[in-house]
Design a protein around this ligand. Structure first.
Ligand code: ADP
Length: 385
């Protein structure tokens, strides 16, 4: 086995945002050497890696040359040049998650087809190569209003998603490849994080429940464990594991799901990396998702996924109406509260709804944690100077 610790071994990470930064707390803990590439010279990860390179993650040559320098390559963002990963793998480089897995996930249409192929429960959908075909699909009654429109590429945090209720809603849609998905009247949005190693060891985190901000379509609270029936939780974990196995995924896979009115689990989408829905694990779990990611991609034994206490995460997003140098107003007040830990990602500029940080609340009693979370939410404000 390779000696990863205090050695010459090099772990490469494509992307240097907050997910990478939190992963680097763990490589520091284990004294594993890291190379990070990001287009932004001031990327959050910069302060914690051993070598930083500025570069375009979508450029073949740049990603290929970066990959050549490291022993194992991973990514903290899905928008990376896939062909470069394919080439690196052909040349024997370890890339985790693999190019094959990423290819199926990068395009939402392909991802949905994969679920269908593998009999993984998901909302019904139709794929369209452009807006004209989508419009024809509506006029010919192939699809019915209302539906959920999703751009197959480039969407994140709800930016490539729109609920279409009437013909008028179509006007503002961009002319891109898309899917039209059945509008699910869900009871709940759930997520399960699964870790899998190249050897096939699997460990699954408890089910979390997500509460969304009604306007921004971003997660407002992530609650662990989800306040749902034990049987439903078991079912959700089983579905998530089957998704990880179907993808032959290596590393952390976050599986987002809907719980329908009939208690069915439908897979919405996956993220092949540590995920917002797993941030609570830093304070609440035996092994946080970032440490688990390192363990998984290096084929080390996976850590325990159980929680030590209930955990709730509150996203810190830029307040509407504020643009510019960021200020975390009232942060001292939340720091006085027991079991409350703020995480500041290191982005100097705030914008409305930009993810700037998060706060974790831990408590023995989940209902108490939820109350404190609300107090946190109403106290701290992400504004500008
Ligand atoms: P993103 O990749 O931007 O996170 P998602 O596919 O997760 O996009 O969609 C964002 C949100 O939109 C979901 O969390 C959910 O609240 C809502 N949504 C997505 N698909 C559906 C659907 N089929 N029915 C109802 N709501 C949906």
């Amino acid at each position: 086995m390779t000696n990863f610790f205090s050695s010459n071994f090099k772990l490469g990470i494509l992307g240097g945002g907050q997910l990478g930064k939190m992963m680097l707390y763990e490589t520091r803990k284990y004294d594993i050497q890291t190379y990070v590439m990001d287009p932004d010279q001031d990327a959050p990860s910069r302060i914690a890696c051993d070598f930083f390179q500025q570069g375009n993650l979508m450029d073949y040559e740049t990603v290929y040359n970066f990959g050549k320098k490291v022993d194992v390559l991973t990514f903290e963002i899905e928008s990376v040049n896939l062909q470069a990963l394919v080439k690196l793998e052909e040349e024997g480089k370890k890339v985790y998650p693999s190019a094959k897995t990423l290819e199926k996930i990068q395009n939402k249409g392909r991802q949905k087809l994969f679920y269908k192929e593998k009999n993984i429960p998901t909302a019904t959908f139709t794929r369209f190569s452009n807006k004209t075909h989508l419009t024809e699909g509506i006029t010919s009654n192939k699809i019915k209003l209302p539906f959920v429109w999703k751009s197959t590429q480039g969407g994140y945090d709800g930016k490539g998603v729109s609920i279409i209720k009437s013909g008028a809603d179509l006007v503002r849609l961009p002319d891109v490849e898309c899917i039209a998905e059945e509008l699910v009247h869900f009871k709940n949005e759930l997520a399960v994080i699964v870790a899998r190693t190249p050897s096939g060891e699997i460990k699954t985190y408890p089910v979390v429940e997500m509460e969304f901000h009604p306007e921004a379509n971003q997660v407002e609270y992530v609650i662990c464990p989800a306040r749902i029936d034990n049987e439903i939780a078991k079912k959700a974990m089983k579905v998530a594991e089957s998704v990880s196995r179907a993808f032959e995924h290596v590393g952390i896979l976050a599986v987002e799901m809907f719980l329908t009115q009939d208690n069915e689990i439908l897979v919405n989408e996956v993220a092949p990396r540590p995920h917002n829905s797993g941030h609570y694990s830093i304070e609440a779990s035996y092994t946080n998702q970032f440490e688990q990611q390192i363990r998984a991609i290096l084929d080390l034994p996976l850590g325990a996924t159980e929680s030590k206490v209930a955990g709730i995460m509150v996203n810190l997003v830029g307040k509407e109406g504020y643009d510019g140098n960021v200020i975390y107003k009232n942060i001292e007040n939340i720091m006085k509260m027991k079991g409350v830990t703020p995480h500041i990602y290191g982005k100097k500029q705030t914008r409305p709804f930009r993810k700037m940080g998060h706060v974790t609340i831990v408590h023995e009693d989940i209902n108490e944690a939820r109350k404190i979370a609300e107090r946190v939410k109403n106290t701290i404000q992400v504004i500008s100077e």
